[in-house]
Write a protein that binds this ligand. Structure first.
Ligand code: UDP
Ligand code: MG
Length: 217
């Protein structure tokens, strides 16, 4: 049996997922760039005690980690709005999950992942099957305004109009098929994300309540 110890990248092949659904609860949080995933996740962390893992944040951390062999690769993929090869992202998520489980939290919101079919399949087959996907549905014109606004202060290399256009294209061509796939399996909770954060959050809470997921407070 595979030991649950630290391993070097890339992810090893496994016969079955590292964790069962009892050992780790995973909710995927998807939506276009600027749909509000991070904002809603922060509220859920506060009220429900989830551990928030943003794939983009983990990739940016790895990019900046001194000595990382993936720094340059990640940087160019992010600037181009392309999806970093899944071995890197799946392994970063797995490492972060292991650290959180070791310190006592096994309930995860995985934000901005999976964004491509191969990642979705690999993660569910080798790490843990997800409970469901929370999908924030938002039109491009609204997301574009939010991202350009965020770009004034985010310091993110991809919050500029050229990268934003590329990210929208990747979202439609590569990431929406993942949402459609999960939706065909009846595993998507869709939330309209055009309204202000507090309003959207009310719908999120209602959908969690209807699935029997209760807040801590
Ligand atoms: N990214 C990736 N694989 C993932 C998630 C993100 O390659 O599974 C890269 C991709 O280039 C993406 C960028 O990281 O455009 C930023 O992702 P993030 O989730 O931070 O953007 P958001 O959707 O929150 O605006
Ligand atoms: Mg984000």
């Amino acid at each position: 049996m595979a030991a649950k110890d630290d391993k070097k990248l890339p992810a090893p092949k496994r016969e079955k997922p590292l964790y069962s659904k009892d050992e780790a609860t995973v909710i995927f949080v998807l939506g276009g760039p600027g749909a509000g995933k991070g904002t809603q996740c922060a509220k859920l962390v506060e009220d429900y005690g989830f551990k928030h893992l943003s794939a983009g944040d983990l990739l940016r951390e790895e990019q900046d980690r001194p000595g990382s062999e993936f720094g340059d690769l990640i940087k160019s993929y992010i600037a181009d709005g392309k999806i970093v090869p899944m071995e890197v992202t799946v392994q970063l998520l797995e490492n972060a999950m292991r650290a959180s489980i070791d310190s006592g939290n096994n309930k995860f919101l995985i934000d901005g992942f999976p964004r491509k079919m191969d990642q979705a399949v690999a993660f569910e087959e080798t790490v843990v099957p997800s409970s469901f996907t929370l999908f924030f549905d938002c039109p491009e014109d609204v997301m574009e305004k939010r991202l350009l606004n965020r770009g004034k202060t985010s310091g993110r290399a991809d919050d500029n109009i050229e990268s934003i256009k590329k990210r929208f294209r990747t979202f439609i061509e590569t990431s929406m098929p993942v949402v459609d796939h999960f939706e065909a399996e009846g595993r998507v909770v869709k939330i309209k994300a055009t309204r202000p954060p507090e309003e959207v959050y009310k719908d999120v809470q209602a959908s969690f309540a209807s699935r029997g997921i209760r807040a801590n407070k």
